[in-house]
Design a protein around this ligand. Structure first.
Ligand code: PGA
Length: 255
């Protein structure tokens, strides 16, 4: 049995004070919901304050990116060593990083290796563009992304990582994938690629989320499907009521 995981990707939103306030508001409500792992991913600048606001509560903390080197002359970058002091998770390979900041498959792979080396759990994002979907290239593209991201990783690490399937055309648009399409990519393409690389037992251990316009009004459709183990939530994770409701509905369906 895989524990469902709902992660909030706050993107470039919230000052330190507002981030801490949002977490303080949500934490007691989130921790009252059993059977679902909850993670918030604020901007780097708010990690410390959010860590303090969470305290001993069972809410995970993640960063939205990192560099793969431990330290050195890399102006503007944040290393896994720095993150390991603050959080447990790191989102890697988000499509906005790939699209706007030139992140390559090779870079994503290096970051995943570095994250594991420092005890961080990566949430690895993959997903196709609208043009690729319309051209019937989704399966090939997503398979390639999964294979490139995991290259050289040992099975005992792969079984612990989280993959987020986020079709680019569904992110921030208010138009999610259909649950049927998401389940086909997650259960077929992503788990298929994992099975080819690592076999069935590891494949069944890996948690795969859906991401892209997840809201309280549509989350149940996704969570009803057995291959989908949670969600990576952008916009709706910035509102306490919405995020708590998404977690609650996930618990209702999966626990
Ligand atoms: P969205 O973002 O929920 O706002 O579509 C999801 C994501 O980018 O992780």
């Amino acid at each position: 049995m895989r524990t469902p995981i709902i992660a909030g990707n706050w993107k470039m939103n919230k000052t330190t004070a507002k981030a801490a306030a949002l977490v303080k508001e949500m934490t007691p409500r989130l921790t009252a919901i059993p059977g679902v792992e909850k993670v918030v991913c604020p901007p780097f600048t708010a990690l410390s304050a959010v860590k303090e606001a969470i305290g001993d509560a069972k809410v995970g903390l993640g960063a939205q990116d990192m560099y793969w080197e431990e330290k050195g002359a890399f102006t503007g970058e944040v290393s896994p060593v720095m993150l390991a002091e603050l959080c447990q998770y790191v989102i890697l390979g988000h499509s906005e990083r790939r699209q706007y900041f030139g992140e390559s498959d090779d870079g994503v792979n290096r970051k995943i290796v570095a994250a594991f080396a420092h005890g961080l759990t990566p949430i690895v994002c993959v997903g196709e563009s609208l043009e690729q979907r319309e051209a019937g290239q989704t399966e090939e593209w997503v398979t390639d992304q999964v294979q490139a991201a995991l290259m050289g990783l040992p099975a005992e690490q792969v079984r612990r990582l989280v993959i987020a399937y986020e079709p680019i055309w569904a992110i921030g648009t208010g138009v999610p994938a259909t649950a049927k399409d998401a389940n086909a990519v997650i259960g077929g393409t992503i788990r298929g690629a994992l099975a080819e690389m690592y076999g069935d037992e590891v494949t069944q251990a890996v948690r795969v989320q859906y991401g892209g316009s997840v809201k309280p009004s549509n989350v149940a459709e996704f969570m009803a499907l057995p291959d989908i183990d949670g969600a990576l939530v952008g916009g709706a994770s910035l509102k306490a009521n919405d995020f708590v409701e998404i977690v609650r509905l996930t618990a209702e369906l999966k626990w």
